[in-house]
Ligand binder design. Structure first.
Ligand code: ATP
Ligand code: MG
Length: 621
């Protein structure tokens, strides 16, 4: 029996892998259906088959979609086709036979009143729903959805907790299921890549509140198309196994053994996937899996029907139903968000945090890619820079957090106090409670490469803060205030002054407190402390900043080096507790100096905030 995938278990397991490749292959094992889960699905299909056969003699209940196409995940829905073709023929031959009307019991009860060949689809669907409701034990919440592009009856099964759809006329889905299955079997790199892209896409919908990027079928086709273009660029059509379904040529080799092995052996396919689609002209061409290439517009009209492919901001042609744009429901905003998410992910994949296992137990590689908000797309596009502060469940504040996972209770303000303390007292920023920051106006004015993910780091980037027990640090202010607002000591800020939605600050930095910290820290540790190295307290971090300020000279600069607005918000889910800090630099686009500072802060702040809260600076949530 496999352990249930509890909160944080996936992240934990992935963090322990040795490199990204092993994270990729472990991902499949962690997510795919267990043997037990497969058995339950099989039993359910058998049960459905038995019940439906009583009412529709000759029918076949056939699973399709992710339960069987090789891209199954725990809890994925159960897609079933109720194939009534043989039932229809049987009904026709019984009706036409001499002495018609005295058919079997089943026909007497249901099929004696209707002729399946001419009954409108919604009525057949209602009939199927009625059989499900009344006759299949354990089935609940049955609902016919006749208006969907592919009409279905939805249901859920109480004992197994499975949800599913039954469609009556969807033979093309059986074919594309077989096609996906063939692709999964053809190359062992396919499944890990599809699983990674699906999970990544799922997480992109989370903290920013935008819906899912693309549905799983569309994502899978994108990955397959990407692989087609990486290998020999072969199209899927072939002379073997010719098949025409609903007028469409659905020929493709059915046996994986008949395929020539791929000549492509490249690695880092995930990073390349993001790179390719981050820069892809989705609007100006049609992605064709049948041809194995992107076709210029307009695409050739399929000869079988007069209907042309419905073009939109993202054009992904179904491999068989050639006038069907699988991404037809994707609007312009989502299409551009998809491109942006890919660009951000591609950037993150170039960073050391992606490529190298963290020696300090921090999130790295895929783990961070899958964290909602860690590589958040909206932030880059809006000219904002995000810092994700994961919190662990050990401290008292975390217990409160658990009680109100999405809320902004006392725990949230404690985190805000800690952020303000680090900025103001440890890093010597001017930091004034302010208005929520506003992102710059137009996307065109925004920095195109303001990614929240780290690029290859400089000395200050790689430096990890080393902090130990929290200490009572004074809150002396050495620097002038930037605005006339009242700056309150972090611990005493009255709750009533804080906006409901977030904690916000206007900040200014006067000294390069992020440069050379390691060296100064070493000097301080070796210096005046007779007891030897004084560990790595927040007090030490504060002294490091003070030493850097002194080194720069006693003259107070006239202008700050950098200004930015910061706002914190709770972004915790049932699985994770975290606060997102959003920085909007002023002016936009930000200077390279701001980027340096941001890279430093992204590494420094989460650990020091956790330390301030009495939590261990740990990475994997
Ligand atoms: P999951 O259920 O894990 O999200 P899935 O592949 O089963 O993945 P569903 O949305 O349940 O996705 O769809 C079931 C099947 O229906 C797909 O595998 C595919 O065969 C077919 N299908 C889904 N969406 C489309 C679409 N937009 N165009 C054509 N066929 C589709
Ligand atoms: Mg499904």
């Amino acid at each position: 029996r496999r352990e249930p995938l509890g909160p944080g278990r996936l992240e934990q397991a992935l963090c322990q892998a040795s490199d990204v490749d092993s994270q990729m292959s472990q991902l499949v094992g962690l997510l795919e259906l267990s043997e037990d889960e497969r058995r339950v699905r099989h039993l359910l299909v058998t049960l459905f088959q038995e019940v439906f056969t009583e009412f529709f003699p000759g029918c076949a209940v056939v699973p399709f979609g992710s339960s069987v196409n090789g891209f199954d995940t725990r809890g994925c829905d159960l897609d079933l086709l109720l194939d009534l073709e043989l039932t229809k023929s049987l009904q026709a031959s019984t009706r036409d036979a001499p002495g018609a009307g005295s058919g079997s019991g089943a026909e007497d009860s249901i099929l004696s009143d209707i002729d399946l060949a001419v009954t409108p689809a919604p009525e057949v669907l209602e009939l199927v729903a009625t059989v499900l409701r009344r006759c299949v034990p354990g089935v609940r919440r049955v609902r016919a959805v006749p208006t969907a592009r592919r009409p279905v009856v939805k249901f859920c099964h109480k004992q197994s907790g499975l949800v599913g759809d039954i469609s009556v006329d969807n033979r093309l889905a059986l074919l594309n299921t077989r096609f996906l299955q063939l692709c999964a079997e053809a190359d062992e790199r396919v499944r890990p890549l599809v699983y990674a892209v699906r999970l990544w896409a799922k997480q992109q919908g989370n903290p920013s509140g935008g819906g899912p990027l693309l549905n799983n079928y569309a994502l899978t086709l994108l990955v397959l198309f990407f692989l087609q273009t990486r290998s020999t660029g072969r199209s899927i059509s072939g002379d073997e196994d010719r098949a025409v379904v609903a007028g469409w040529d659905c020929s493709f080799p059915r046996d994986v053994a008949s395929l020539e092995p791929s000549t492509n052996t490249e690695s880092s396919l995930l990073a390349k996937f993001f790179h390719v689609f981050g820069d892809f002209d989705f609007t100006g061409q049609v992605i064709s899996l049948r041809e194995g290439q992107a076709l210029p517009l307009p695409p050739p009209t399929a000869p079988e029907t007069g209907d042309a492919l419905k073009l939109g901001p993202l054009n992904l042609q179904d491999p068989f139903e050639l006038n069907h744009n699988v991404a037809a429901n994707v609007n312009e905003k989502t299409a551009s968000r998809f491109g942006r998410c890919c660009r951000d992910a591609a950037k993150y994949c170039r960073s050391l945090q992606y490529r190298r296992k963290s020696s300090k137990g921090r999130a790295w590689g895929l783990t961070r890619l899958f964290q909602p908000g860690a590589v958040e797309p909206g932030a880059a596009s809006a000219g904002a820079f995000l810092i994700s502060i994961p919190l662990d469940g050990a401290g008292s504040s975390s217990q409160q957090l658990c009680q109100e996972p999405g809320g902004r209770g006392p725990w949230f303000w404690e985190v805000c106090d800690a952020i303000a303390f680090i900025l103001r007292d440890v890093l010597k920023c001017s930091c004034t409670a302010g208005k929520p920051p506003r992102a710059p106006r137009e996307e065109s004015e925004l920095p195109v490469d303001s990614a929240p993910s780290e690029e290859l780091p400089t000395e200050s980037d790689t430096e990890e803060p080393s902090v130990a027990e929290p200490s009572s640090v004074g809150s002396k202010r050495h620097l002038p205030e930037v605005t006339n607002g009242t700056t309150l000591p972090a611990k005493k800020r009255p709750r009533t002054n804080v906006p409901d939605e977030a904690a916000n600050w206007s900040c200014a930095i006067w000294h390069r407190v992020w440069t050379g910290r390691r060296r100064v820290r070493r000097q301080l540790q070796q210096g005046d402390s007779p007891e030897g190295p004084d560990g790595d307290s927040l007090e030490l971090e504060q002294k490091v900043s003070e030493a850097i300020v002194q080194q720069e000279g006693t003259e107070q600069p006239l202008q700050p080096l950098l200004r930015f607005e910061a706002s914190a918000r709770a972004a915790s889910t049932r699985r994770e507790m975290r606060v997102l800090l959003r920085l909007v630099p002023s002016p936009v686009p930000p200077s390279p100096l701001f980027r340096d500072f941001f890279h430093f802060l992204r590494s420094f702040l989460p650990a020091t905030v956790r330390r301030r809260l009495g939590q261990e600076p740990t990475g994997c949530p």
